[in-house]
Design a protein around this ligand. Structure first.
Ligand code: PGA
Length: 258
């Protein structure tokens, strides 16, 4: 895994943007899988700035959001449909049909999940998947114990994630107990993956994901099986990495020296 420790979260977010911009320059109809949460907000803001300044045109990309809550109306303040509209569709000047979000209100959720997988395949597969990471090691909403061979499906949230989400929802009671999420195997089929993690609260789980054993107990550790993952970190999120010095050394070398 490529591990890059940036001076701060902003620079990491700009670097993630640079990678998206380079991909879209090479392939204007690229297929992206994108996350919600606080971590990617600076990246979306930077993308929006580049679109507004005419440096970046995302008019042909297709975006698949990673996950959604089950049972929340699409216009609910905390739904990921709302997040996608607010942070992505509007600011990046996209047509709504360019951004797909799993439908947590579908009457037949397994069928809806299968159709999502089919839509990803019909689009030609995911070129670049950007991920955040939960403190429990989830990527998308693949909670600990998720099969590392899982596809898009319904998952139950862990008590820890419900507690984390309670801040956004106002109280734990209001947090849906179930979600729909791209599976670990779905994510691992992306051609390239960027993992973003910022802040001290992510340090331990980043160390487990990057350097720990591969285990369903930390679904993000499955990323070690993928040949093209870049973890883009700030110094705080990298604090518990045992090979921190080595990653910094590699990053300081030119590509043909590594
Ligand atoms: P965060 O969430 O970006 O809000 O920290 C990440 C996640 O839970 O996947």
């Amino acid at each position: 895994m490529e591990v890059i420790i940036y001076p701060d979260a902003r620079e990491a977010s700009v670097a993630a943007c640079d990678r998206i911009q380079a991909l879209v320059a090479a392939k204007p109809d690229a297929v992206l899988a994108l996350p919600t949460g606080n971590t990617p907000r600076a990246m979306y803001a930077e993308l929006a700035k580049r679109v507004a300044q005419g440096e970046l045109d995302l008019g042909r990309v297709q975006i698949f959001m990673l996950d959604e809550f089950v049972g929340l109306p699409h216009d609910h303040e905390q739904s990921y449909h709302t997040f996608a509209q607010r942070e992505i569709v509007g600011p990046l000047n996209l047509r709504p049909e360019q951004v797909r979000v799993l439908d947590g209100t579908a009457s037949d959720l397994p069928r809806m999940c299968a159709a999502y997988e089919e839509a990803i395949a019909a689009a030609g597969g995911i070129d670049l998947c950007v991920l955040g990471i939960g403190q429990d090691g989830h990527i998308a909403f693949n909670e600990p114990s998720s099969s590392l061979a899982s596809r898009t499906r319904v998952k139950a949230l862990t008590p820890a994630t419900i507690k984390e989400q309670a801040r956004a929802f106002g109280e734990a009671q209001a947090v849906p107990r179930h979600v729909v999420t791209m599976g670990v195997a779905t994510i691992l089929e992306a051609k390239r993956i960027i993992l973003l993690a910022f802040g001290r609260s992510k340090a331990l789980v980043v160390a487990k994901a990057v350097e720990g054993p591969i285990t369903a107990f930390v679904p993000a550790s499955a990323l070690q099986m993928h040949p093209a993952v870049t973890a883009m970190l700030d110094p705080e999120a990298s604090e518990d990495l045992r090979l921190q010095e080595y990653y910094q050394l590699i990053a300081a070398l030119t590509p043909n020296e590594t």
